[in-house]
Design a protein. Sequence first.
Length: 385
Amino acid sequence: MRKIQMVDLKGQYNGIKDVVNPDIQEIIDNTSFINGPKVHEFQKNLETYLNVKHVIPCANGTDALQIAMMGLGLKPGDEVITADFTFAATVEVIALLQLTPVLVDVNPNDFNISVEAIKKAITPKTKAIVPVHLFGQCANMEAIMALAEAHNLYVIEDNAQAIGVDYTYSNGKKAKAGTIGHVASTSFFPSKNLGCYGDGGAIFTNDDALAHTIRGIVNHGMYERYHHDVVGVNSRLDSIQAAVLNAKLPHLDNYNKARQEAAMKYDAAFKNHANIEIPFRKSLDCEGNCSTCDCHVFHQYTLKTKNVDRDGLVKFLNAQDIPCGVYYPIPLHKQKAYQDERYNEADFPVTNQLVQSVISLPMHTELDDEQIDFITSKVLEYING
């Protein structure tokens, strides 16, 4: 059996190296390292794939979130509502811009931000909502957009974990994650479903004026060299990373399909176990069968354990050379940097339970049946005692 990895980037590379290697060599030969032709080519190709008017590449996913908020003109003290159960980058940029983060609880099934919790958190100071499409599944964007419209709020999608996923509206209409809110951000960190070989990110929007503002922000506030029209930053996707992403983009749907197939094999092993809750699928027409829809692209395959020593399971799997992850072990409202007397523990029952019970198993495009069988057998061996 091949060594089990949380993410197998080398195996994936072997399938595209005949495209990646010459493209990287071409960039080295013509020295078009910054804003070269490959960056613009990738931008256009991603716009077409997502069916979005504007993709603005940048240096990383955290920058993408910050730049999106800067582009909207949010001011110090403005309140921004986001999920408590996610990676710190989402709240980090809110704090960096001297905005006021407002953390709320998530749903117990899909782990995404709770619409009811958002409703309770809205005040006259609220200016934006940041739904995080966690682990590869869209938040309830139809309800969030309706709420935002009713209260005149911006919606900034954090799409770092769900690129390529389809969101299905109640009327059957579909849209790609990251194209529904006023603006969205994504990360191309190597382990993402669409990842480069370093850092990279992008901002998406269908708003022409906002796109123009953001294009200036990513380049020191310049639209014309040495003319600084807005306060900006230095955040650009380099050409080598764009070449890698451009080589991977035509395979993204197949990459996501491979993840879905691996997820269904995990599901089959764990289904109906009293101590394991498999990942929820929210699409009404797929009934948990990922061969019929694209409501989940499994950036992570995350189990919710019941009456199980989760940390003991982690140690047991690691001892079997099976990597696994706990995303996330500490809620954001309990992190030293983001503690606030405004928060009441009673407002975070779901998050506080999830951080003690979730475990993510290896998930990537190169998982094979032998590896999945070994992983699932060891999980069951521990839980069944």
